[in-house]
Design a protein around this ligand. Structure first.
Ligand SMILES: CC(C)(COP(=O)(O)OP(=O)(O)OC[C@H]1O[C@@H](n2cnc3c(N)ncnc32)[C@H](O)[C@@H]1O)[C@@H](O)C(=O)NCCC(=O)NCCS
Ligand SMILES: Nc1ncnc2c1ncn2[C@@H]1O[C@H](COP(=O)(O)OP(=O)(O)OP(=O)(O)O)[C@@H](O)[C@H]1O
Length: 207
């Protein structure tokens, strides 16, 4: 990518839809990936920039002995309390956005195109003006629950509480330029990702 304005793919989808599998694949093909979940985790790790404000607002009960946010406790709170979730988001989201923009600004030069992966649909919509294309990974709700059970041990009720806090599938699909329905096998997901990757390479090259 040689021009000053990078070609940027926005990548979104509900929880456990397959975003990380796709973004890891694109990273393995040389794309720069700026990942909101990863930035959010580093901001809430020991010494993370969001921790003083999280401790001030939520209290010491939400801080682990090593100084990291207690994720299990926070997850339980914010997916049963909308006001608490909005408060946590108001601390973390501006910092995440800044970190993502900085990563794209400084790291995109040697990448065929850049990828911004953001799970939350309203957040990715805010960045729509800088996205060259928006890819949605769509996954039927029962499969999301099944994958969350086997990956993270979450119960169906816990998974549904998170899914309900997220945008509806049709809202994402309506706004998408491209959609991968991840309801088959992992090789099928990667093959769909590769078909789009080839198209994105051509579009970025031509831009
Ligand atoms: C709620 C928290 C403590 C749960 O931590 P946990 O380690 O279990 O999950 P992780 O951070 O890996 O996120 C996994 C997925 O949860 C979903 N999720 C996370 N935060 C939110 C949210 N505010 N609203 C809806 N879904 C969310 C997303 O699909 C995300 O991909 C954590 O996700 C968090 O701090 N969320 C607030 C910050 C945020 O909005 N992050 C999302 C991207 S910036
Ligand atoms: N087609 C598939 N077949 C089988 N397992 C899959 C498939 N797609 C994804 N998975 C598995 O489902 C889980 C969720 O996938 P992944 O981590 O890529 O989703 P995600 O959208 O990034 O999740 P999160 O929102 O929690 O960050 C992982 O354990 C992954 O290996």
């Amino acid at each position: 990518m040689t021009n000053s304005k990078p070609w940027v793919l926005g990548l979104t989808g509900g929880i456990a839809s397959g975003k990380t599998t796709v973004s890891d694949y694109l990273a393995s093909k040389g794309c720069l990936v700026a990942d909101a979940d990863a930035e959010s985790r580093s901001l809430t790790a020991p010494g993370g920039a969001a921790m003083p404000e999280i401790e001030r607002i939520f209290g010491a009960d939400f801080i682990r002995p090593d100084g990291a946010m207690n994720r299990a406790k926070m997850r339980e709170l914010v997916f049963s309390n909308d006001a608490a979730r909005r408060t946590l988001e108001s601390i973390i989201h501006p910092l995440v956005r800044k970190a993502l923009m900085e990563k794209i600004r400084t790291g995109a030069e040697n990448s065929p195109y850049a990828v911004i992966a953001i799970p939350l649909f309203p957040s990715i919509l805010q960045l729509r003006p800088i996205l060259s294309r928006l890819l949605v990974i769509d996954c039927p709700t029962p499969l999301q629950c099944e994958r969350l059970r086997s990956r993270s041990g979450l119960s169906r009720e816990e998974s549904l509480a998170i899914i309900r806090a997220q945008s509806r599938r049709w809202e994402r699909i309506e706004e998408a330029d491209d959609v991968i329905v991840n309801a088959g096998s992992l090789p099928e997901l990667l093959s769909a990702a590769d078909i789009l990757h080839q198209r994105y390479l051509r579009a970025a090259e031509a831009a």
